[in-house]
Design a protein around this ligand. Structure first.
Ligand SMILES: [Zn+2]
Length: 323
């Protein structure tokens, strides 16, 4: 009887695994280091060995699983189950991820990009409350996103749909983005983006601030330091949070004015600032949305933390459930 799902969250430093029930309850989870040496050629074999080992440990076999789902960085081809250009894995050439795993484990396999998979996780079991219309943005080293509209992930013609991080929020004097454009949300709302905003605002700020002093002294400042100082009443740090809240409020309002989702869910490391950040974003979200959207779309902080990836990946495998 096939009654379990296996979710794999492939990242540049660790690969996380989860065994879930069909209802999304995590029964087992573990992680291994990602060995990116030699062009990342060990990654998929390591994953297969680890799964085989754990199945034996838990007294399970391939027949217990409906399917395996995986979230991966890079350009994911969902038809061939391959990944190309995942540079943090050293995968420059196309990797036959799905066919290798299916052949070795005999379990159906599905894959999507990591931000989309995290969006599916938050939508299914997390803050999205399994609503068919949920927008997810993750604020970490970069800004990722996933859009679920009418129950479907938006992929676009080239798989670049839902890349909220490249929405332009500062068209006049924006910072350069890794994508080649200027003023993308990612340049001002990722962990490094928040610090860039702080450096810029520090030039004109006059007054006492531990954060401004640290920046002027050339000391390392993190986005977490900035949020902590703002919550403790540092008015310069607070002006940085205000500016970041403006950018995120503008971006989430623009998405919502088009899609009118049930919720915009904000996750990733920067979202650890919680209600302090959410309320600041909401202030601008309310300003920039039109009434029907303002009164129906909710802004929420993500609930699943690091588990969003394995849960969302596992949810991809639900397509293999046959009644
Ligand atoms: Zn960009």
């Amino acid at each position: 009887m096939r009654q379990k799902l296996l979710g794999i969250d492939l990242g540049g430093t660790t690969v996380k695994f989860g065994i879930l029930t069909l209802e999304g309850e995590v029964q087992e989870k573990w992680a291994i280091e990602t060995n990116i040496l030699e062009g990342g050629k060990h990654i998929v074999p390591d994953i297969i060995v680890s799964i085989k080992h754990r199945l034996k440990l838990y007294g399970l076999s391939s027949d217990d699983f409906v399917g395996i789902g995986m979230g991966s960085p890079g350009a994911v081809d969902r038809d061939t189950n391959t990944v190309t250009g995942a540079f943090n894995l050293n995968w420059k050439e196309t990797q036959e991820v799905g066919s290798m795993i299916e052949k070795e484990l005999g379990i159906p396999f599905a894959i999507d990009n990591d931000a989309n998979v995290a969006a599916l996780g938050e939508r299914w079991i997390g803050a999205g409350e399994n609503n068919p219309d949920v927008v997810f943005m993750t604020l970490g080293t970069g800004v990722g996103g996933g859009i679920i509209a009418d129950g479907n992930l938006i992929h676009g013609v080239a798989g670049a749909g839902g890349e909220i991080g490249h929405m332009i929020v500062e068209p006049e004097n924006g910072f350069a983005c890794t994508c080649g454009s200027y003023g993308c949300l990612e340049t001002v709302a990722s962990a490094t983006g928040v610090v860039k905003v702080a450096r810029l605002l520090a030039e004109a700020y006059e007054g006492d601030s531990v954060i401004k002093a640290a920046i002027d002294n050339g000391e390392g400042v993190t986005s977490k330091d900035i949020f902590t100082a703002a919550q403790a009443g540092d008015s310069f740090a607070d002006s940085v949070v205000e500016k970041v809240g403006y950018y995120l409020g503008l971006a989430s309002a623009n998405i919502s004015n088009i899609l009118n989702p049930d919720s915009v869910v904000i996750g990733g490391g920067v979202s650890a600032a919680g209600e302090f950040l959410r309320s600041r974003i909401e202030k601008y979200f309310v300003t920039f949305t039109f009434p029907q959207v303002r009164n129906s779309t909710k802004l929420k902080i993500a609930e699943l933390g690091n588990d969003a990836g394995i849960i969302g990946a596992a949810s991809l495998a639900r397509q293999f459930i046959t009644e």
